[in-house]
Design a protein around this ligand. Structure first.
Ligand code: APR
Length: 319
């Protein structure tokens, strides 16, 4: 069987880390793409030169022309610019919307059957834009946010309880950003829900609230420490897990930004936002509609409305 082809559109910090992890996991051959000349070629060659040491069978190439992504099975998009001081979220939408227009066209022309994972921020509106420009069916395009947000939540909880990260499950719904909705009662240690762990004296409600807030601020915490960029190891690991679920038909249940249809999750109209789905060989195979309490529903609605606000801004810019 021929190796799978994985195209990385954007070869910056996340793109380079994605390329490295994909090789180490032998998920397929990697094409790095970027508008910056030399960067995708240089990173591709550098990682390729590590493969004899690692004993990894994967080929790497770098390109500045979209024809290089032809026939890709998976495309992971990190192209764009990060938010800089003084730049509003709307400014960022305007800039990265243009990037999604060219990336979407590149995918449409070269690999319309690919499974596409978008990581570029502001996440949920960029997934909407990429679907609009690429014309891909909604089951073949997702945004990476929930896997990262729940990984952060799981990590903080594992520290608090002094248990393995493997035994902590966490659920995060909604848009990526300040309005995300960590679902405490669906998050567990080996199946024991967090509210029960509070009753058992493993933690206090106050500490749990602090961990929830730290999860919401997880991206900003890293930016404040790095000062010159944003997180890339955990975002890349999260993107790779989603790609692997598709390529290996794992049927994994993961929170991703996907098309939530009107009438589901209490939504009045269609919106791209984070909810749990099953990922397998057909991309998003099922959206898992869970029951929400009144508070959770209100928080989810607020989050979905924040995404709608940015989509309205994007539509205005498209004219
Ligand atoms: N087409 C292709 N690549 C582009 C384009 C474009 N139109 N515009 C910018 N790029 C490239 C840049 O040249 C850069 O190499 O996208 C890359 C982005 O890399 P970084 O700036 O290192 O950003 P990174 O940390 O990888 O994050 C990428 O993911 O989490 C989000 O907020 C983050 O939106 C950002 C994205």
């Amino acid at each position: 069987m021929a190796r799978k082809k994985i195209a990385l559109v954007g070869s910056g910090n996340i793109g380079g880390t994605l390329a490295h992890l994909i090789g180490l996991k032998e998920l397929g051959d990697v094409v790095l793409f970027d508008i910056a000349e030399g960067i995708p070629q240089g990173k591709g060659l550098d990682i390729a030169e590590s493969t004899p040491v690692e004993g990894v069978n994967a080929r790497y190439s770098g390109a500045n022309d979209y024809s290089a992504i032809a026939g890709a099975d998976v495309v992971i998009v990190t192209a764009g610019v990060p938010r800089k001081p003084g730049m509003s979220r709307d400014d960022l939408v305007a800039i990265n919307l243009k990037v999604m227009a060219s990336v979407g066209q590149g995918i449409k022309d070269n690999c319309p059957n690919a499974f596409v994972i978008c990581i570029t921020n502001p996440l949920d509106v960029m997934v909407w834009a990429l679907q609009h420009y690429s014309g891909l069916p909604a089951n073949k395009i997702v945004g990476m946010a929930g896997v990262l947000d729940s990984a952060r939540f799981r990590y903080f909880l594992s520290e608090e309880f002094n248990v393995s990260v493997e035994d902590v499950t966490a659920f995060v719904l909604g848009g990526h950003g300040d309005t995300m909705v960590p679902l405490v009662r669906y998050s567990t240690v080996a199946g024991i829900p967090l509210p029960d762990l509070v009753k058992m004296g493993w933690t206090t409600q106050e500490k749990l609230d602090q961990i929830v807030q730290r999860t919401r601020d997880g991206g900003a915490e890293i930016v404040n420490l790095l000062k010159t960029g944003s997180a890339y190891y955990a975002p890349a690991a999260s993107g790779v897990a989603m790609a692997e679920a598709y390529l290996k038909d794992q049927k994994r249940v993961m929170p991703v930004a996907t098309l939530v249809k009107a009438g589901t999750f209490g939504q009045p109209d269609d919106v791209f936002v984070g909810v749990p789905v099953v990922i397998g060989e057909n991309g998003v195979e099922r959206v898992v509609e869970i029951e929400l309490s009144a508070d959770e529903q209100a928080a989810f609605n607020k989050s979905a409305d924040a995404v709608r606000g940015l989509v309205t801004v994007a539509k205005g810019l498209m004219g």
